[in-house]
Design a protein around this ligand. Sequence first.
Ligand SMILES: Cc1cc2nc3c(=O)[nH]c(=O)nc-3n(C[C@H](O)[C@H](O)[C@H](O)COP(=O)(O)O)c2cc1C
Length: 197
Amino acid sequence: MEIINLPPPQTDFDFPLMKALALRRTKRKWLEKPLSEQEISNLLWAACGITQPETKRAKSKRTVPSACNSQEINVYVVLENGLFLYNETLHQLEKIHSDDMRQDIGTQKMMRSAPLGLVYVADFSKMKSLLFKSDQDKLITASADTGFISQNVYLYCAAAGLSTAVLGLVNRQKLHKTMKLNNNQRVMYSQVVGLLS
Ligand SMILES: Cc1cc2nc3c(=O)[nH]c(=O)nc-3n(C[C@H](O)[C@H](O)[C@H](O)COP(=O)(O)O)c2cc1C
């Protein structure tokens, strides 16, 4: 498996939280230029990076909450050179395949030119708590957990001067197939990111 070891995230990057909240916006224009590995590293760590490593007694913690700490949302990264899974424990990208899937990231034509896409995928097999009695319970919870990740991406983009838009207009069936997902996995939302134009 091809691995991209991301540079460490710049966790000392300084930007006022209240200003990021005030600047947060959906932006649908970007330069057709790739993001640097450092930018991708920061973005993914903000999305759902590890802030407290796993111990013998306790599961790791991330920048985002998740119901019962299920951590059921995986972030897939769509780049020109392929589809990758973000492994937050090792802070690396693991290549799934080499196809350029950017044309599938959203159904709106304008989204196809985004240099980077994120696809939020829920893994129902990680939702083991008895609180989740049905697939509908899991879907409701996974939707909330996806929202936290997406908002972290929005705030990082506001602080770092990047364009971003979360997308509900996605062909989930098609993505499920092209991403080679299994029956426990559900495509929730996608999100495009680019350098401000
Ligand atoms: C769940 C959700 C789905 C969305 N889906 C899309 C989408 O498919 N395409 C799009 O251009 N914007 C999408 N948006 C962005 C909204 O249009 C945007 O958040 C809204 O117009 C408010 O603008 P703001 O984010 O700049 O405050 C979505 C937002 C949310 C929260």
